[in-house]
Design a protein around this ligand. Structure first.
Ligand SMILES: Nc1nc2c(ncn2[C@@H]2O[C@H](COP(=O)(O)OP(=O)(O)OP(=O)(O)O)[C@@H](O)[C@H]2O)c(=O)[nH]1
Ligand SMILES: [Mg+2]
Length: 307
């Protein structure tokens, strides 16, 4: 992985790392890690929003290490890093695609960063030399369509839209027709923000998926749930509902810059088995990183040199 990528992720996790780093630092000189230190560690994991289940799993592993092999202050960081890594089930890559465009729906609650993420993904696709159509399936507000149009311009990609109030599934239908005819590689669908508790709005996502599947076999190839890292553990219940209603294939964790709650990524991955695919670390087009578990865990616990 490129160094700059690692550095950006590491920077993005600065605030999440702070509490944990302080705890690790405070025991550095000690010969043996005692129960007090372990409890303090658990508190910092909870602060980082790993959630109680995952925090106690990680602590269980660390305690076991301390009991079996003995653990001094220096060794604690490594033990935490290993325990966090062990908690990540290996994720498969993105699903394979057949003929036709690769279609991704981007979904989530209001204001999480869906539209920005769609634009960032479009920019990445362009960099990789692929053709892209953006789909303005957030038809609730004219401003949402305009916002996506502006991003499409910046990213240098095409946009398919209809008027405000149009049926989102009809916009998806139009876009996929166009994409097939013109042999477009990638279709990215921006959807309206919706509360995971509103069943009619959740059902609308199912309809969009069915329409997509009729036009392009295997579509949508991805349903990406945008989770705002600053929502912490609430992101976990959102992910649960969206997984139930819309068959989420991956999570995009946005706004990791400037939050101390970045640990929720691990909780979602661990508890729902849904891989984190990307992380957002800023508002610019190039502020979307591939999620890399090793870099992420390093970003959480820091390393001896960077602490
Ligand atoms: N710092 C930071 N800000 C982000 C990130 N991603 C998105 N934002 C900001 O979050 C705000 C909301 O982003 P949008 O992309 O409009 O969110 P949305 O989910 O499309 O919102 P709705 O369509 O209203 O539901 C904007 O101000 C973005 O610039 C990120 O990774 N980091
Ligand atoms: Mg939006």
């Amino acid at each position: 992985m490129a160094f700059s990528h690692f550095k950006k992720l590491f920077q993005g996790l600065t605030r999440t790392r702070e509490g944990l780093a302080a705890t690790l630092q405070s025991v550095l000189g000690s010969k043996a890690v005692d129960e007090d230190a372990i409890e303090e560690l658990e508190a910092s994991l909870l602060q980082a929003d790993l959630g109680p289940a995952l925090a106690s799993e990680v602590i269980g592993r660390v305690r076991e290490r301390a009991r079996k092999d003995g653990l001094d202050g220096e060794g604690l960081r490594g033990a935490v890093r290993e325990a966090l890594r062990a908690a990540f089930p290996p994720a498969g890559g993105p699903p394979a695609v057949g003929a036709g465009p690769r279609v991704s729906l981007v979904v989530g609650v209001n204001g999480g960063g869906k539209t920005t993420t769609v634009a960032k993904l479009a920019a990445r696709e362009r960099l990789a030399g692929r053709s892209v159509i953006l789909v303005a399936a957030d038809t609730f507000r004219a401003a949402a369509i305009d916002q996506l149009a502006t991003w499409a311009g910046r990213a240098g990609v095409e946009l398919v839209k209809q008027r405000e109030g149009a049926d989102p599934s009809a916009v998806v239908f139009d876009a996929l027709r166009a994409a097939r005819q013109r042999k477009i590689d990638t279709v990215l669908v921006d959807t309206a923000g919706r509360l995971h508790t509103k069943s009619n709005l959740m059902a609308e996502l199912g309809k969009m998926s069915r329409v997509a599947a009729r036009e392009v076999p295997g579509a949508p190839h991805d349903v990406l749930l945008v989770v705002d890292a600053t929502t912490g553990q609430n992101g976990l219940s959102q992910a649960q509902e969206f997984t139930r209603a819309a068959g989420i294939t991956g999570v995009v964790l946005t706004k990791l810059d400037g939050t101390a709650k970045g640990g929720v990524a691990l909780a979602i991955h661990r508890q729902l088995g849904v891989p984190i695919r990307y992380v957002g670390v800023g508002e610019g087009l190039d502020d979307l990183l591939d999620f890399d578990p090793d870099a992420y865990v390093d970003g959480l616990v820091g390393s001896a040199e960077t602490a």
